[in-house]
Design a protein around this ligand. Structure first.
Ligand code: AMP
Length: 193
């Protein structure tokens, strides 16, 4: 594992715990020698985690669509900043550059990005780990909803189990390192069912 893609809010969130977690996770990535791949902006938690990695001497690769360079205030101090034509190319490039995906707290954009790579894993488009950094139980309601989709027969338990979840950056990175992708893809018959 060389690079981790982090999806997170373009807002700072209502409480300081979120920025603290972004700084801690940035520091943990740099300490582990892992590059950060992210949306390339300077706003919200995105900017906080990028600055934390850079301050700790790590590498940061940003990928931002042309239209958002002003809105999300494209970060000018990154190791690499790729300005791409649109959101689709942003997401594709971020996915290609990273060896693992982590969602920190964020809004609709963060959730959309998380669900895209999570569902791509289910469909077998990639075999990289997908994770939630569950800062201060932020993702508990989402985790409960995902369990509900399994209980109600809309998702295989294997895919719920494949999701890496931890509140602590170092423990989460450890899970990513030891990740084994599920053997099945979504449409293969499951002998255990
Ligand atoms: P948010 O979590 O809504 O603050 O957004 C976090 C990041 O997700 C920002 O970089 C947004 O540009 C990005 N984003 C917003 N909407 C989408 C979308 N539909 N697809 C992919 N990324 C998005």
């Amino acid at each position: 594992m060389k690079a981790v893609c982090v999806y997170c809010g373009s807002s700072p969130g209502a409480r300081p715990v979120y920025a603290q977690a972004a700084r801690a996770f940035g520091q943990a990535l740099a300490d582990a020698g892992l590059a950060l791949v992210y949306g390339g902006g300077r706003v919200g938690l995105m900017g906080t985690i990028a600055d934390a990695v850079l301050d700790a001497g790590g590498r940061v690769i940003g990928v931002i669509p042309k239209l958002l360079v002003d809105k999300e205030v494209g970060h000018t101090g990154l190791t690499e900043l790729h300005v791409v034509p649109d959101m689709h190319q942003r997401k594709k490039m971020m996915a290609d550059l990273a060896d693992a995906f982590v969602a920190m707290p964020g809004g609709a954009g963060t959730l959309e990005e998380f669900f895209e790579v999570y569902t791509w894993a289910q469909l077998g488009y990639h075999r990289k780990p997908v994770a939630l950094l569950n800062v201060d139980a932020f993702y508990d309601p989402l985790i409960a909803l995902l369990r509900h989709t399994v209980d109600e027969g809309f998702m295989r338990g294997t895919y719920f189990d494949a999701l890496c979840i931890d509140a602590e950056p170092a423990a989460l990175l450890d899970q990513l390192r030891h990740y084994r992708p599920p053997a099945l893809d979504k449409w293969a018959p499951d002998e255990t069912e």
